[in-house]
Design a protein around this ligand. Sequence first.
Ligand SMILES: [Zn+2]
Length: 258
Amino acid sequence: MKKRLSFSSLKAFSECEAEAVAVMNEEWDRQATFSPSTIEAMNAGSYVHKFFESEEALNEFKNEHASDMFTKKGSLKSQFQMAEKMVKTLDNDPLFKAIYQGSKELEIFGKIQELEFQGFLDCLNLERNIFIDIKTIRGSIGDKEWSEIEHRKVHWIEARKYLWQMAIYQELLRQSDDEKIGKNISPVIYAVTKETFPDSAGITLPQSWLDDAMVEVCEVTDKYIEVLNGRTPNRCEQCNYCKATKRNLKTISYSDLI
Ligand SMILES: [Zn+2]
């Protein structure tokens, strides 16, 4: 298991402890279970980030992904056509252009509940005391998604645990011993949509919600520490890993399924 956690590994652990631990122990390749369209969407999201990081980063990405970006006939794949539209939208967004300034792709480190954490900031703007995270999303900015934990639809920022991510990054920045970095830096989620006419918005988050998210993060890190100390990780019995490693030993009642 990893001694240093990231937001994505903690989120994975909260969804299925058994799968997350198997991934960390290199016993399960989660990436291999992703569909080609999911991978293409992830790469297209990276393209948007790289565009606004630097010309050098974008060129490096293009060289690395030339075979992923184009069809056999040489035209740009649909997800990358979408990525170019999203880039144009952000590039013409006066608020985005004004605030997406400062250090890009910055790695940060710190501790939460004695566990080492690391994070990547898309952009740290010290003049405005904010950090910005670009999110490329499928639906509209106000969309809600089904939450398996809540058993109801919640806004995508909540469903994807982005409040956790922003709370973790805020805490890691607070711990920085760089004197230029203040102690009260606020996150901005910059959303850009994959709609026919992409929409964009800079979204701030109430501090009390970030504080509540941090309490939840600490609850999950406590569980992670339990597993580090030898507790058997819980299985969700829903994910691909659990299905692939399931060993039926007794029947189940139909009444439990409905
Ligand atoms: Zn599972």
